[in-house]
Design a protein around this ligand. Structure first.
Ligand SMILES: [Zn+2]
Ligand SMILES: [Zn+2]
Length: 86
């Protein structure tokens, strides 16, 4: 049975020094390069804000993604509706 265990980073077998990480990965963790175990962060590239309630993005990026989707959907739906009406 290991005393402290090994680093929890994927494919890393080094000895844990802090936060469940080895020296190398603990440094990355402190630099914000490792996922925080306590809360999930936005999956948007370079964004490390906490996720919103709605999914894998922070509120800002979720709103941006959905505003874009609504914009893209609106012009496409209008002509189809007009064609069906006539
Ligand atoms: Zn490690
Ligand atoms: Zn974000």
């Amino acid at each position: 049975m290991p005393t402290k265990g090994t680093c929890k980073a994927k494919d890393c077998e080094r000895e844990v020094i802090a936060k469940g990480y080895c020296r190398k990965h603990y440094r990355l963790w402190k630099a914000g390069e490792m996922p925080h175990p306590r809360y999930k962060i936005c999956t948007f590239e370079k964004c490390r804000k906490a996720r919103g309630e709605k999914g894998s993005l922070c509120e800002e990026h979720w709103n941006a993604a959905h505003a874009k989707a609504a914009e893209a959907a609106a012009p496409a739906a209008a002509p189809a509706e007009a064609a069906a009406a006539t």
